[in-house]
Design a protein around this ligand. Structure first.
Ligand SMILES: Nc1ncnc2c1ncn2[C@@H]1O[C@H](COP(=O)(O)OP(=O)(O)OP(=O)(O)O)[C@@H](O)[C@H]1O
Ligand SMILES: [Mg+2]
Length: 173
């Protein structure tokens, strides 16, 4: 049994995953597990896609790379997919959502290639990540939260902190 929970913070690129994870890591003491960094640093990829400007992730290598940490618990996983992680590893799945205009501005300011920008906007409108989360985990552990404003972010962080506190109480030995 884990003595610390594992949380996934997921959503379309630009919704605010990393910002949420960094704040939560500070306040909860859970560790921010940036899948992007792991993929890059531990070589869990089959090269770089120049067109999409992203690594081609080798999911098996990725899961092998984080298995020991995940089983130990205490991680906030930061990634724009969630269906690859075994159910048994995960205690809470937070899907961040954002309005199209907001997302457009955030991605535009990153100089995203047009095709990638459009693909991500479509994916957000179609609720792809929310659906993926609901298809992959029990509905009780999937939470959808808005991430349009800094106020949203603050209330999300508070809510997740409350959840972590409760989980720790419930699972105290
Ligand atoms: N709730 C919010 N209110 C205002 N600005 C936000 C909010 N969430 C994120 N942002 C801003 O949007 C930008 C993207 O946020 P962030 O990098 O955290 O997204 P991400 O989901 O991690 O993206 P990626 O999937 O590409 O890593 C940042 O400039 C961040 O400050
Ligand atoms: Mg990020």
């Amino acid at each position: 049994m884990r003595t610390q929970p594992n949380i996934i913070i997921t959503g379309t690129p630009g919704v605010g995953k990393t910002t949420h994870c960094e704040t939560l890591a500070q306040s909860t003491g859970l560790k921010h597990l940036s899948v992007n960094e792991v993929v890059k640093e531990r070589g869990c990829h089959d090269g770089y896609d120049e067109e999409l400007k992203s690594w081609i992730v080798d999911e098996d290598k990725l899961l092998d790379a984080i298995e020991d940490e995940a089983k130990q618990g205490g991680y906030i996983i930061d990634w724009h997919a969630c269906d690859l992680f075994p159910k048994s590893w995960i205690d809470l799945v937070v899907v961040l959502r954002v309005d199209s205009e907001q997302l457009y501005d955030r991605l535009k300011s990153r100089d995203y290639p047009e095709a990638k920008l459009q693909e991500n906007l479509d994916s957000e409108i179609m609720q792809v990540l929310l659906q993926e989360a609901r298809d992959s985990y029990d509905e009780e552990i999937v939470v959808e939260l808005s991430s349009n404003t800094t106020d949203d972010m603050e209330s999300n962080v508070e809510r997740i902190e409350g959840w972590v506190k409760q989980w720790r109480e419930d699972n105290a030995q």
